[in-house]
Write a protein that binds this ligand. Structure first.
Ligand SMILES: [Zn+2]
Length: 314
């Protein structure tokens, strides 16, 4: 059984957008890269695993300033030590699936450009908000990518996201998140070759789709943020359930490694993100226990390495 751990490096501003909060304090612009990434990297090093970081291109674009250069160099060092850097678009627009093909090409292409300048080549992409579209697959195929990892066929997650968005709309503080195409809910839960015109169906695309983890039967989302806030017995049951899958695509977010107090995250966000109410020491202990369970039973590889085999086998 194989497992890939990936970390989406969504900035604090993304969470402000989801919760309809406006803009975060400017000093938090690089909090995920400067504070969370080193903590995450230290934990992965302890477990001797190589992971995939999905990077928002603007955060590491050297023309934007010295903090962006430092963010890029930090990730470049991780890549040199064996990690993978993946494309998570240039500016993380939640509405990417609804933009024109030219805008989609610009978002994916600009992130590809800054990543290639750092590490030479890029193999994979994850769409903001799990909403992958035919236009995105088209750009990925033209760039010669090996995989997309955006499909997240979890009904409970979809229902929870819909409930939050409906509540914010009722409060006249609309969420910046965008509802995922419901067709993606019926997508295969394990790696497959998608159809270029319908990424949620099997087809003959030159790239493979590596769906984000859901459990067998109920398709509960087995991703980091929900594993973090769940009580230990739920976590154990999810891990046991994932043993029924040949491949576990375990997704984490940079914010899973943030600490509200140490990193100065305002109460307005902490009130709306239950995971931010857990101190970093507790979160690291829970993730450490989870990674012990994972490495005991699963072989951990980057998504790029999984994709190379999947392209051959599918
Ligand atoms: Zn994201």
């Amino acid at each position: 059984m194989r497992c890939a751990v990936s970390i989406d490096l969504d900035g604090i501003a993304c969470y402000y957008r989801i919760h309809g909060l406006g803009a975060p304090p400017p000093e938090l612009a690089h909090a995920i890269h400067e504070r969370a990434v080193p903590r995450a990297a230290a934990l992965f090093a302890q477990h001797g695993i190589h992971v995939t970081w999905f990077v928002v291109g603007a955060d590491i674009d050297p023309v934007l300033g010295p903090a962006h250069v430092a963010n890029g160099e930090r990730l470049q060092a991780l890549a040199r030590a064996g990690d993978e850097l993946g494309n998570h678009s240039y500016s993380h627009p939640y509405e990417l699936a609804r933009l024109s093909p030219a805008e989609v090409a610009r978002e994916i292409g600009a992130c590809d450009g800054v990543l290639k300048a750092l590490v030479g080549h890029v193999r994979g992409f994850r769409a903001p908000g799990y909403d992958v579209s035919p236009a995105m697959l088209d750009v990925l195929a033209r760039l010669g990518y090996r995989y997309d990892s955006s499909v997240f066929p979890s009904r409970p997650y979809y229902a929870a996201k819909g409930a939050v968005m409906a509540m914010l709309a009722a409060l006249r503080r609309p969420s910046g998140a965008v509802m995922t195409n419901p067709k993606l809910l019926a997508a295969p839960p394990q790696p497959y070759r998608p159809a270029m015109q319908a990424p949620w169906r099997r087809g003959q695309a030159p790239i493979v789709e590596l769906p984000i983890a859901t459990t067998p039967w109920l398709r509960v989302h087995a991703i980091g943020t929900s594993l973090l806030v769940a009580p230990a017995w739920v976590r154990d049951r999810l891990v046991r359930a994932m043993a029924g899958r040949e491949f576990w695509n375990l997704e984490l977010h940079g914010i899973d490694f943030a600490d509200a107090e140490q990193d100065g995250i305002p109460g307005e966000l902490v009130d709306r993100q239950p995971d931010l109410r857990i101190p970093i020491a507790d979160k690291l202990a829970r993730l450490d226990a989870l990674l012990h369970q994972v490495t005991a039973r699963w072989k951990v590889q980057t998504l790029g390495d999984i994709a190379v085999d999947a392209q051959r086998e599918l």
